[in-house]
Design a protein around this ligand. Structure first.
Ligand code: NDP
Length: 268
């Protein structure tokens, strides 16, 4: 991997207590950045913090409990980052999860919840961290990267609300990129297919046949879902794309996205 020194820079990763977010936090720490992560579950957050501190004893790390859908909590998280580190150079909007439901079984309330999650998990942190990102833009690199899904371009009927929200979010990201370009704050996303993570572990626990190993269950699913590379992605593979888009390695890229789906995208 290309080495880049992020000493002095600050990366904020929402949903950094598990899966892709945790893998991204690790990459930023490895490159010397100060890192702030957040999540709702205090125990999961404490576990992630302990784990990162064990592996990076010198880490400048802040782990804060915060629900990205709660405006007051997000504002408090941003204030904590400002007080502790004094700046934010890279914001990774990662917190969230998908919703498996068809049109027939998605209630109005479920539609609202899903649209709320997908939009406001970007809108609230972006609004709260924008003043710090604007200041960092004057010093060099300032970037927002959102974790989006290939469903934005290739909707699936069994995830109708998530697919629809993901497409809207792709448009939102393009608009933000245009609005923030003069600062300049770059805004990009990654479009992921299936990545091994907390939410898939939870599905494995409820859906796998008795005695079926994680390896067998994921391989069977990869086959069923026609993933050309034949396996789920790993959190660090998504994190590496996030890292590229967050740092000056991608200094001339904005309003764009990277496909991290193992070849599932069918469009040219
Ligand atoms: P994980 O469940 O492993 O991680 C999700 C993280 O987000 C956790 O840290 C979780 O902590 C946090 N989180 C969820 N909701 C909130 C919230 N409202 N406020 C703050 N933190 C929150 O899953 P992934 O790593 O897979 O998920 C990362 C992102 O990738 C998500 O947005 C997901 O939708 C997206 N994605 C993942 C795919 C995959 O195959 N893995 C496919 C497509 C998209 P806590 O629950 O404690 O709050």
């Amino acid at each position: 991997m290309i080495q880049i020194d992020l000493t002095g820079q600050v990366a904020v990763v929402t949903g950094g207590s598990s899966g892709i977010g945790l893998a991204a936090a690790e990459l930023f720490l490895r490159a010397g950045a100060s890192v702030a992560i957040c999540g709702r579950d205090a125990e999961r957050l404490a576990r992630a913090e302990r784990d990162l501190r064990e592996r990076f004893p010198q880490a400048q790390l802040l782990a804060a409990r915060c629900d990205v859908l709660d405006a007051a909590e997000v504002a408090a998280f941003a204030a904590e980052v400002q007080a502790r580190f004094g700046r934010t150079d890279m914001l990774v909007n990662n917190a969230g999860q998908g919703r498996v439901s068809t049109f027939a079984d998605t209630t109005d309330e479920a539609w609202r919840e899903e649209l709320d999650l997908k939009y406001f998990s970007i809108i609230r942190p972006t609004r709260a961290f924008l003043p710090m990102l604007r200041s960092s833009a004057k010093l060099g690199n300032a970037a927002i990267v959102c974790v989006n899904s290939l469903l934005a371009l290739q909707p699936e009927p069994h995830m109708v609300a998530t697919s629809s929200a993901r497409a809207g979010v792709l448009s939102l990201i393009k608009s933000l990129a245009g609005e923030f370009a003069p600062d300049p704050i770059r805004v990009n996303s990654i479009l992921i297919g299936i990545v091994e993570s907390g939410q898939w572990r939870r599905r494995y626990e409820t859906q796998a046949a008795p005695g079926q190993s994680w390896q067998d269950w994921t391989s069977e699913l990869a086959r069923k879902k026609h993933i050309p590379l034949g396996r789920f992605g790993r959190p660090e593979e998504a994190a590496q794309a996030l890292f590229y888009l967050a740092t000056s390695l991608s200094s001339y890229t904005t309003g764009s996205h990277i496909d991290v789906s193992g070849g599932v995208a069918r469009h040219v």
